[in-house]
Design a protein around this ligand. Structure first.
Ligand code: GLA
Length: 714
């Protein structure tokens, strides 16, 4: 069946992915309304679900609060509006009038539908966009709003899309919350009646919530059940509002910006919302996660097929004391461990000796680097590693030459305090001159020094987010900022196709499908305590693939938590993502360096499974035993299991771990012990882990398929 088809007699549009269907139509009033989102349907079956709008049951009802593709503020509607508009003459509301459609099937494997509407009496055009891909069940949606008149109008709310769930006996919401160094705490809780708002007002995606939701009937597990989920590709403030209506239905709407903001639209101007992508899956939270991972690899990340190098980062070892000789010494030790990318963190530029000065002055500190960065870059390259550098282009310290020269470049509101957080102010990236300045020094820095990798940081939330030099600036900052941030990243990547970028915002404060479309990985959290990481990583991988999840092995006691866990455990946890090392190698004893080198070598033999394989989560961190993750190669020829044992009470049950995703009827050999296991046993009965009953014990088990013809040793 075509990816997108249309039944003229019923007016139903049917979007068909490999396992799911999404159907909609324009209803009798001209409004786009929802028909179905769930298991595969034919056009005839979808038509059966396209029931005409029932008249309101009483004069107090109006249209159902969920069930439209983009509920507007207008008419007899009382749910959460996805679109609100104010025209110059004071008129509000939007009245749908269909204005045609466009179907684009010119890209093989992809189909895109644009449904055009205009307001019946005012010059605002609204186009709903839908895109589906042959290789994914994800439906991408966004909205384009165009001022077709000659007077400015404003949009108090312009969501990307609204999503409607079928009638279910109950609804449960899964999402994450957190804070700095404690990102991604997973919640699964009944969706309360009324409106539940998730979001960020911080100007950035935030550590505190992440722009995705999953809804199920309350009966889904890791392996089974229907799950409806969505994620927003946006790196600024955002809002997703889920509703459970008095008549027992549920849906959610999401988009950029938070309440109180209002986007101006000048005559002729267009606003394209970010993409909000939705996914129905039947196979529990595990299958939903795997579908999101596959989608992110296939359609979001710029270079998903590359093998990410093992990196070393100097931050926890040296802090702001970046001295070339000490860096070169660390680099030599890192190279000896098998590290492939050496990253110099904060402290290499301007007057940056602490977090109170220097941000904005992006030239190597002359006292520390009298000959520039060149000698250190060359030394790192000579050691056979790539060279990476920390930057924080969106920020400035008040104590910097940049701020002394351009005090108007920061977000500010006249007459108000310029609130400093971490002693820094936010540069107004919505300004073209500021974005151009950042692009200019970044592209020169990369070109002049042969830099292979940037860790792009962003270390504070917005405050006084004004732009007084521009009329209506305060309302344009939030979206203009993110668009220019994306523009600088895109231009930089275009100039330097081999440059790789890590997204960082004090750890995981800006991880979303928008930033991941122009970076290669994310710094998951500033919390490098391996025990805490098992939970943070569990939350991260609900949506984002392990390929995006940078993880370092650092020193013990951990700088943040004071916890001490074995080196092996720290490695095994970091091996679940992109392995890096961030400890002070000058203090590691010889036996730890030797063990680390072995573990780095082991990671290199299995990283294709972590970075490009399929993730299963046989036991999550909340369970009463070890936490276990499993990665399977796409051809199911190999699998890797990582298991971490937290402190457990004596007598805690020891259960074999049932694996998934293996070839039926095959046998697999443990690469370390040589033991051979049958798929039937591994998947149906489980593998007994060779874990001693000690706190923080861990293991990595690599199983490789035995060729079919090989005779088993008896
Ligand atoms: C942020 C990052 C850290 C480190 C510091 C440097 O907190 O998340 O990894 O780069 O900034 O100042």
């Amino acid at each position: 069946m075509a990816l997108i088809s249309f039944a003229p007699h019923t007016g139903v549009w049917l979007l068909s992915t490999a396992r799911t269907s999404y159907a909609l139509r324009t209803d009798e009033t001209g409004a786009p309304c929802h028909v179905a989102w769930g298991p595969r349907l034919t056009l005839a079956e979808a038509a059966e679900l396209a029931v005409p709008l029932a008249p309101p049951a009483s004069s107090f009802e109006g249209r159902p609060a969920v069930g439209e593709e983009l509920p507007v503020d207008g008419g007899a509607r009382y749910g959460v509006p996805s679109l609100q508009v104010r025209f110059a003459d004071g008129s509000r509301a939007f009245e749908w009038q269909p204005a045609g459609h466009r179907l684009d099937e010119s890209t093989p494997g992809t189909a895109e539908l644009a449904l055009d509407y205009r307001d019946r009496g005012y010059p605002l055009d609204v186009t709903l966009h839908y895109r589906v891909h042959e290789d994914s069940d994800v439906v991408e949606r966004w909205t384009v709003l165009r001022n077709a008149g000659d007077q400015e109008l404003t949009l108090p709310r312009a969501d990307s899309a609204a999503w409607t769930l079928p009638a279910l006996p109950g609804y449960r919401l899964s999402h994450v919350t957190g804070q700095w160094s404690a990102e991604n705490t997973l919640h699964r809780e009944p969706l309360p009646a009324g409106e539940t708002v998730l979001g960020s007002r911080r100007g950035v995606t935030s550590h505190h919530a992440n722009p995705w939701v999953m809804l199920d009937a309350g009966d889904a597990t890791e392996e089974q059940g229907r799950v409806w989920s969505a994620a927003l590709a946006w790196s600024g403030s955002w809002r997703i509002t889920a509703q459970r209506t008095p008549d027992g239905r549920a849906g959610f709407t999401g988009g950029a910006g938070h309440d109180g903001a209002s986007l101006p639209l000048a005559p002729g101007e267009e606003f394209t919302t970010p993409v909000m992508a939705g996914l129905f899956s039947d196979g529990g939270f595990g299958a939903a996660g795997r579908a999101w991972h596959a989608y992110t690899l296939a359609h979001v990340l710029p270079r998903p097929r590359e093998t990410a190098p093992v990196l070393y980062n100097s931050w926890e070892a040296t802090g702001f004391d970046v001295e070339p000789a000490a860096q070169a010494a660390l680099a030599a030790r890192a190279a000896a461990l098998g590290v492939e990318l050496y990253v110099v963190d904060d402290g290499w530029f301007g007057g940056r000796r602490h977090d109170r000065a220097g941000l904005g002055d992006w030239t190597p500190s002359p006292d520390r680097f009298p000959d520039g960065l060149g000698p250190l870059v060359r030394e790192v390259h000579r050691l056979g590693m790539k060279f990476g550098l920390w930057v924080e282009p969106e920020m400035v310290n008040a104590d910097s030459d940049l701020y002394r020269e351009h005090p108007d470049w920061v977000l500010h509101v006249p007459g108000r305090t310029r609130t400093e957080l971490r002693n820094q102010l936010v540069l107004n990236f919505a300004r073209r001159d500021v974005a151009d300045w950042a692009y200019g020094w970044l592209t020169r820095l990369v070109a002049d020094h042969g830099i292979d990798f940037l860790k792009w940081d962003m270390n504070r939330a917005f405050s006084e987010a004004g732009w007084p030099e521009r009329t209506g600036g305060a309302d344009r900052v939030a979206t203009g900022y993110v668009h220019h941030l994306y523009g600088v990243l895109d231009r930089l990547r275009a100039d330097h196709p081999d440059l790789r970028i890590e997204a960082c915002s004090g750890g995981g404060g800006r991880v979303d499908l928008g930033i991941l479309a122009r970076t290669d990985q994310a710094w998951t959290s500033d919390n490098t305590d391996a025990a805490d990481r098992t939970r943070i990583q569990h939350g991260h991988t609900q949506i984002y693939p392990a390929r995006t999840m940078a993880a370092w092995v650092t020193d013990v006691p951990n700088q943040l938590t004071g916890r001490t866990v074995p080196l092996r455990f720290r490695f095994h946890v970091a091996m679940a993502g992109l392995l890096g090392i961030g400890g002070d190698l000058s203090r590691w004893p010889e036996e730890e360096l030797a063990e680390a080198a072995e573990l780095v070598a082991e990671y290199k033999t299995v990283r294709h499974l972590v970075q490009h394989g399929v993730l299963h989560r046989p036991a999550g961190p909340g369970d009463d035993g070890p936490t276990v993750v499993q990665y399977v190669s796409p051809d199911a020829e190999e699998t890797l299991l990582l298991a971490w044992r937290p402190p457990l009470p004596h007598g805690a049950p020891r259960r074999p771990v049932r694996l998934a995703g293996l070839t039926p009827g095959a046998r697999y050999r443990d690469a370390r012990t040589g033991a051979v296991h049958h798929t039937t046993v591994l998947t149906g009965y489980g593998l007994t882990l060779d874990l001693p009953p000690a706190d923080w014990a861990s293991t990595a088990v690599h199983l490789v398929r035995v060729p079919d013809g090989e005779v088993p040793a008896s």
